[in-house]
Design a binder for this molecule. Sequence first.
Ligand code: 4NP
Length: 150
Amino acid sequence: MKTKVLMVCLGNICRSPLAEGILKSKVDASTIYVDSAGTGPWHVGNSPDPRSIDIAKKHGLNISTQRGRQFSHADFSNFDFIFVMDNSNYDNVIQLAQSEEEKTKVQLILDEIFPNENVDVPDPYYGGGQGFEDVYQMLDKACDQIASRL
Ligand code: 4NP
């Protein structure tokens, strides 16, 4: 059975598609399945934001074939690890949990590199291009850590 990892943000077009693409590039797809989802419904079926596609491409990753989907309660049983990008995502996902076991699967992704500091991956949606590069660098470091312990 594969280990299953889900990356979650709000829209599933900026941060979590990058996290999905970056982690996939660091793990063996035959043993680890990686997916992403958003807590909101607005971008279901959509491609990632063009700025995320561009920053991934700059770093040698193709995330353009990903499509947005909304997080659902079934994801708690379908995934072993649920990494959320910020505290608001954390609250939204935890609200859907129905047991302590489900809650323990949910973790802020930057806890991987800043344990217990409660650090958010900032939402780059309304900002400029540098925000996407900054997000890429944070997620790259966090995914190195995740890949090394999976
Ligand atoms: P993401 O960024 O959560 O990193 O995908 C967002 C993208 C779109 C929206 C919010 C955040 N939106 O409100 O449409």
